[in-house]
Design a protein around this ligand. Structure first.
Ligand code: KPL
Length: 316
């Protein structure tokens, strides 16, 4: 079976290596020529604990390389979804598209360019860290859920969902099909709202957020505001106690460097606008006050817009 993976970052790389090891034919799409060339030459390297494996996978800058695949996994940052959707729009009809991205709004953007009935969405709590171009650490095992991007999932009866689950399971991701993925996306959003901006601003690993009363308090406040927004939107969540779930993820991925902290350490753009920023936009529309998310969003935006001006030493 041929599978496309868009975005050879941490999650895309983790999936590509594991799919290739399971015997599937993986075709990756990248937009960075130097990284694509490096992966083409050296393969993708995946570190799990002390063990490192290397897999050679096909990487292209041209979307037509994905012309005959059955499923395309979309693993780019949320701010690149639109550009990727425009590229994938040029493919012949056929493949299913599965987004496994962080944040809200990806399904809607994909739906503007691709056939909505072919769009699948999922969330995963597997931790993946990019150690550099083409080199990934598998930083924690977690659950994965998938469903239709639009509408209620008919479960096992849906060929696209069956195909996506078979691929993910081949890659070692235990996967459940759920009826309403929107609830899942918002449930995962709570985790990212509580963890990502705070780790990016403090420089702490996920587990470190539980070590300080101040970060615990700000986390609780950000999640409480996001829960109010979800309730006002009528979106049911899967967690009985969402804040406790955020703490649980911090404990399970204690050693992980969150994706947003990885971005800040590499002085890259972050996904803040799709996480805490999405709560701020929704709060504005609903007339709800979300001061903690507003503050976290503003601080991360300031940080990512000022890398060149950062003071690194106060030497005279
Ligand atoms: O999704 C994550 C991220 O870093 O973006 C968590 C679950 C918080 C793991 O670090």
């Amino acid at each position: 079976m041929k599978i496309g993976v868009v975005g050879p970052g941490a999650m895309g790389g983790l999936l590509a290596v594991n799919l290739a090891r399971a015997g599937l034919e993986v075709r990756m799409l990248d937009h960075r020529p130097e990284r694509a060339a490096l992966i083409r030459g050296q393969g993708l390297r995946l570190l799990t604990g002390e063990e490192e494996v290397r897999e050679m996978v096909a990487v292209s800058l041209d979307p037509s390389a994905l012309g005959d695949v059955e499923l395309i996994l979309i693993c780019v940052k949320a701010y690149d979804t639109e550009a990727v959707a425009r590229q994938l729009q040029t493919l012949p009809p056929g493949p299913y598209f599965l987004t496994l991205q962080n944040g809200v709004g990806n399904v809607e953007v994909l739906g503007k360019y691709l056939p909505p009935e072919k769009i699948l969405a999922g969330i995963t709590s597997h931790g993946a860290t990019s150690l550099g171009p083409g080199r990934i650490r598998h930083a924690g095992v977690g659950d994965t859920y998938i469903g239709l991007g639009f509408g209620e999932s008919p479960g096992e009866d849906h060929p696209g969902l069956r195909l996506a689950r078979a691929c993910l399971e081949a890659a070692g991701f235990t996967t459940r099909i759920v009826p309403r993925i929107c609830s899942l996306i918002w449930s995962k959003l709570m985790v990212n709202v509580g963890v990502n901006a705070l780790t990016a601003l403090t420089g702490l690993r996920n587990g470190g957020l539980l070590d300080f009363p101040a970060t615990e308090r700000i986390m609780a406040e950000a999640v409480r505001e996001a829960l109010q927004v979800a309730a006002a939107r009528g979106i049911p969540l899967i967690f009985e106690d969402p804040l406790e779930e955020v703490r649980k993820v911090c404990r399970l991925t204690a050693a992980n460097v969150s994706s947003m902290l990885q971005d800040v350490l590499r002085e890259k753009k972050t996904e803040i606008d799709y996480i805490n920023g999405a709560i701020v936009r929704a709060g504005d529309q609903l007339g709800l006050s979300v001061p903690t998310n507003s503050l976290l969003t503003g601080l991360v935006q300031a940080l990512e817009n000022s890398y060149a001006q950062r003071v690194r030493t106060f030497g005279v």
